[in-house]
Design a protein around this ligand. Sequence first.
Ligand SMILES: NC(=O)c1ccc[n+]([C@@H]2O[C@H](COP(=O)([O-])OP(=O)(O)OC[C@H]3O[C@@H](n4cnc5c(N)ncnc54)[C@H](OP(=O)(O)O)[C@@H]3O)[C@@H](O)[C@H]2O)c1
Length: 353
Amino acid sequence: MSGPETMRGVYLDGHEGLSSVVVGDRPKPPLGARDVLIRVAAAGINRVDLYMAYDGSGFRHELPLIMGVDGAGVIEAVGHGVTTRKPGERVVIYPAKFGEDEFSRRGDQMLSFQRSIPGENFDGTFAEYIVMPAECAFPIADTLSFRDAAVLPTAYLTAWRMVTTAGRVTQKDWVLIHGIGGGASLAALQFCKMRNARTIVTSSSDEKNAVAKGYGADVLVNYRDQDVLEEVRRATGKRGVDVVIENVGEATWETSMRAAVGGGRIVVCGATSGPNPKADLQRLFIRQLQVIGVTIGNFDEFRTLIDAAERKLFVPHFDSVYGLEEVPAALRKLDAGDHVGKIGVTVDASLGE
Ligand SMILES: NC(=O)c1ccc[n+]([C@@H]2O[C@H](COP(=O)([O-])OP(=O)(O)OC[C@H]3O[C@@H](n4cnc5c(N)ncnc54)[C@H](OP(=O)(O)O)[C@@H]3O)[C@@H](O)[C@H]2O)c1
């Protein structure tokens, strides 16, 4: 049990992989004038948590660092300068702090020069409490469970921006989504189907593809024993796809470039298999392809996404849910790669659904 000034948390004390993940007591975070103190009810596991455990380079931070980017909970206290939020409100966390600059003024919070992310740059959500600026605590309706809300900020918001703002997917489009077992890819499939697009999904596993079929995937390809490009050509009558949802990187990039129809959009949010594929610039300019990078999303997109989740236009897909003290096991599960969709974390079940 935690004491009055301490809380339970899951933190990194090094970057040696999962052996650096510690479950223990940490100090409760101090509350600033413009902050809210959130009692965390639920959190979500992301691939970046593994990256932080194994490496973490490129992300400014100090150890020990509480892990976790995603979370939802109840406001317990507000700083003396906060008038917009109040204790008792159910909220989901926008997963970044940012500064007042040209980007945040125009509504691109994620591009702010001073952007910093929980679990990457400062203490994250795998703990009983987190402090965030009040503007980053987005109220949620009682119809939305903490479990479902907690996985919106990273995989679902990123997929939302990929499919809507960046990919501009319409019902006329064919979309190729690599690695459908992944949380971001499965979320992208759900959003493509909300727009009635035709989808080709790939996976290492027929069982994972079967889950995707349940969400309306039109063409299923097992990339272990089928040629993805050939299957794209077969499905689209040799035309190619309008949009590629790409988060795998080196292992899939060549296919992504070749699968896209002239003028097609390759939307990239990750590089799980490596960040430096052959660029294939000739194909890029001759076929007038667009490569669009996405990291998470902005406030407007987050509000729209929360509204869609509250109205049950989609429901996040969970592989499994673990307790706070079981986060190391949840990370091992993600590391093993046999999950489909999101792995959730129940931090405090006493706060309710
Ligand atoms: N920029 C951002 O804001 C942002 C946000 C979210 C995620 N990301 C990044 O996006 C990536 C995916 O994140 P996630 O949370 O969805 O991870 P995840 O749940 O671990 O999914 C990774 C998936 O990649 C697929 N994969 C691996 N190798 C593949 C290959 N050779 N061909 C096709 N698919 C392959 C696998 O699909 P199967 O199991 O179906 O084979 C695996 O399930 C990560 O690199 C993450 O860091 C970035």
